[in-house]
Design a protein around this ligand. Structure first.
Ligand code: SF4
Length: 322
C-alpha cells in the first residue's frame, strides 16, 4: 500500500502477535485477522507482542484462564490452577510501555485472558465460568499504565463507530507524542488544537467548547499541567461516537466557508450531498471529496489545516461505510 507522505512516519501500534500472523497461540495456531485489522497493519507501524510467549510459556503451552473476584484476579493454568502468571504478565506490560515510548495504540485479541479488551471469561476455583466481565491481565495493565492509550480488540473493531474512534485517536495520539517531543509551549498547544477543532466538533460539541475555554488560559498556567488536562479531555472527546448528524453538522460548517466562492448551483449540490449522507444514502467520503475539490479550487488557510478533512489514510476505508 502506497500511503501519502502526509501520514509518515506511521503511528506505532502494538498488536497481539497471533493477530499479526505469527503462530504463537497456545496450540501453535495464528488468529485470522479480519479485513479491518489487516488494513490497519498496513497503515500503522505495527509492533507484534505475545505476552504469553514473552513470559516463557512457549508453544504449545497449557491454556490459562482468569480466576477470582474482580478485585483480586489471577491468571492461572486451566489444568491445575497452580501455575500463576499474573505478575509476569503485568511486568511484561510495563516492559512494553517502557520500551515503546511513542506507542500510539494497541490492537488486543478478543476473549484472551492475557490480551482481551473486555468481557473475558472469569472462573471460580472449581473451574466454572462465573462471569464475562474481565479484561485480559496484560491488557488491563497497559490501560492502567497509560490511560490515554487507544485500545480495542479485533472483535470490537468490526463496529464502524468504534473503529473510527480508535483509528482517529491513534493518529491524534501519534501527533501528540510528536508535539511533546518537539517541545510544548502555550502557542504550540493552541496551534495544535486549532487543527483539531472540527474533528472534536464531530465527536462531541460540548468538548469543542470546553477545550477552547481551557486553552484560553494558555500562557497563564503551568504548561505541563495544562497539557495533561488538555490531552486527557481531547482523547475523551474523541472516544465518543460520531453520528451522521454530527458529521453533517461539521460538513455544513465547512461548506459555509465556500459560500462566497462557489456558484449557487454548486452550493445546492453540496448541500444536497450532505443531506443524502445524513439520511444514510451515501457514505461520508462522497461529500468530503466534493468539499476537498472546492477547497482545492478556493484555498482557505484555516480549513486546509483542519485534520477533520484528512484524519487518517483513505486506504483504511473508514469513511466508505454506507
Ligand atoms: S492472544 Fe495474546 S497471549 Fe494469546 S497468543 Fe495472541 S498475542 Fe499471545
Amino acid at each position: 500500500m502506497n500511503l501519502s507522505p502526509d501520514y509518515q512516519p506511521l503511528p506505532i501500534v502494538g498488536i497481539g502477535s497471533c493477530l499479526a500472523g505469527n503462530p504463537v497461540r497456545y496450540d501453535g495456531q495464528t488468529k485470522a485477522a479480519n479485513g479491518h485489522v489487516q488494513r490497519m497493519l498496513e497503515c500503522f507501524d505495527a509492533r507484534p507482542f505475545c505476552p504469553e510467549m514473552a513470559i516463557g510459556l512457549g508453544v504449545p503451552r497449557p491454556p490459562i484462564q482468569i480466576v477470582g473476584e474482580p478485585d483480586a484476579l489471577r491468571v492461572v493454568d486451566v489444568a491445575t490452577g497452580e501455575l500463576d502468571v499474573t505478575v509476569p504478565l503485568q511486568e511484561f506490560a510495563h516492559q512494553v510501555i517502557e520500551q515503546t515510548p511513542r506507542l500510539s495504540g494497541y490492537i488486543l485479541v478478543k476473549g484472551s485472558p492475557s490480551c482481551g479488551f473486555d468481557r473475558v471469561k472469569r472462573y471460580n476455583n472449581k473451574g466454572n465460568v462465573v462471569a464475562h466481565d474481565s479484561q485480559g491481565m496484560f491488557a488491563s495493565t497497559l490501560a492502567a499504565l497509560d490511560p490515554l492509550l487507544p485500545l480495542e480488540d479485533d472483535g470490537r473493531l468490526n463496529d464502524p463507530g468504534l473503529r473510527e474512534s480508535f483509528v482517529t485517536r491513534v493518529y491524534v495520539y501519534h501527533q501528540w507524542h510528536k508535539l511533546c517531543a518537539d517541545g510544548l509551549s502555550a502557542s504550540s498547544l493552541i496551534a495544535f488544537y486549532s487543527r483539531y477543532k472540527y474533528l472534536v466538533m464531530a465527536h462531541h460539541v460540548p468538548s469543542y467548547k470546553s477545550l477552547g475555554k481551557l486553552l484560553a488560559n494558555a500562557g497563564k498556567e503551568n504548561i505541563d499541567a495544562l497539557a495533561t488536562e488538555f490531552i486527557a479531555s481531547l482523547m475523551t472527546a474523541l472516544s465518543m461516537r460520531t453520528s451522521r448528524r454530527s458529521h453533517a453538522n461539521v460538513l455544513f460548517h465547512l461548506a459555509g466557508y465556500l459560500r462566497k466562492h462557489i456558484a449557487p448551483a454548486e452550493r445546492q449540490r453540496l448541500s444536497a450531498l450532505i443531506d443524502q449522507y445524513r439520511l444514510s444514502a451515501i457514505p461520508l467520503i462522497v461529500p468530503i471529496t466534493l468539499l476537498k475539490h472546492h477547497f482545492a479550487n478556493h484555498p482557505n488557510e484555516y480549513i486546509a489545516q483542519q485534520v477533520f478533512l484528512n484524519p487518517y489514510p483513505d486506504e483504511l476505508q473508514i469513511r466508505n461505510v454506507t
